[in-house]
Design a protein around this ligand. Structure first.
Ligand code: RI2
Length: 321
């Protein structure tokens, strides 16, 4: 957060920010893609007459996008990536470099997910059964990779209360020809004995290898460890949280109670306090591997990759006035 004066941002930036906030646009990789495109839209729409005014507008747009949801680090990492390569002595040169940088980011995102999928696919064997939590495009890329290798898979898709994103996963897996069984979240332990791999995504990965993902991931991981079922996190390097290198923690988003219960039902049961954390933290000891586009890593060693990719002091363009 910052005290910088608010500037007018392009309509498209406001629309994307609203869609991220309401989760019309959701999933860490999809949010990153949308944020980069929104910066390009800001550059396109700018009527700034000086390079400094152009950059002020771009930072204001970054601030609006950054302040939507706090947990998925792919969003600030996307903003960092686009800003890092912005250069030019004139407004036109700056505009063009934002366009190029955003396009390059989106292309890299696609390539990274595809490469990650091939790594994750190698872990899966023909006839395996997986269990999924929430909806992660990085997880789906691993399954797609395995299917392309000719492997036949079955899946238990957890519905993932309160927003039931497991339904999106069930649909996507069925489309790929995977034999899908939908279960409620509390049935996960019951079926873990039949499962070869638990596959989850991530919204952020901390420097100690902790996985920050949709609420319920940590309980699933503890149960999987108890049953001896490997748990694999599929996460592009855009999910690595550079702030955790310098001791910052990852904010866990608290969402509206209306996602959990409607007001009438709440009243009928005595209007209890309702808490709706969107994410939780799974300690590295419960995670067998983090699969990225750069290969798979034991969670404890992810810090090496994080240092290589982000250094010690990443830029925070949304904090600059
Ligand atoms: P991909 C989602 O969060 C889930 O927690 C999912 O595991 C994660 O983003 C990563 O998604 P939300 O936006 O980047 O649904 O793998 O709250 O698609």
């Amino acid at each position: 957060m910052t005290d910088a004066p608010e500037r007018e941002v392009a309509e498209e930036v406001s629309r994307v920010a609203e869609d991220i906030d309401t989760m019309e646009i959701r999933g860490a990789a999809t949010i990153a893609d949308a944020a980069a495109r929104a910066l390009a839209a800001q550059a396109d729409a700018s009527e700034a007459e000086s390079p400094s005014a152009f950059l002020d507008e771009l930072r204001a747009a970054a601030r609006v996008l950054h302040d939507t949801r706090p947990t998925a680090v792919s969003l600030p990492n996307a903003l960092r990536y686009v800003f890092r390569d912005v250069r030019g002595a004139t407004v036109e040169e700056l505009r063009e470099s934002v366009r190029e940088s955003a396009a390059e980011f989106c292309e890299r995102l696609d390539t990274a997910q595809h490469d990650l999928g091939r790594v994750g696919a190698n872990r899966l064997r023909d006839g395996d059964t997986i269990m999924t939590h929430c909806h992660s495009t990085d997880v789906l890329a691993c399954v797609e990779g395995a299917v392309e290798q000719g492997k036949s898979l079955s899946a238990y898709a957890k519905e993932t209360r309160p927003r039931n994103q497991g339904h999106i996963t069930a649909d996507a897996l069925s489309e790929m020809g995977v034999d899908v069984t939908l279960i409620v979240d509390s049935a996960a332990r019951r079926y873990l004995n039949d499962v070869d791999h638990v596959l989850v995504g991530a919204d952020s990965i901390a420097a100690d290898g902790s996985v920050i993902n949709k609420i319920g991931t940590s309980g699933l991981a503890v149960n999987a460890r108890d049953r001896g079922t490997p748990i694999v996190c599929a996460a592009q390097t855009i999910k690595l949280h550079p702030g955790t290198l310098t001791g910052h923690t990852v904010d866990i988003e608290m969402r509206d109670e209306s996602e959990v219960i409607d007001p009438e039902t709440a009243e009928e049961i005595g209007d209890p306090e309702v808490l709706n954390p969107a994410f939780d933290v799974t300690p590295p000891r419960y995670v067998d591997a983090i699969v990225t586009e750069r290969g798979q890593f034991p969670p404890e060693s992810i810090v090496t990759l994080m240092r290589e990719l982000f250094g010690e002091s990443p830029i925070q363009p949304w904090e600059q006035a």
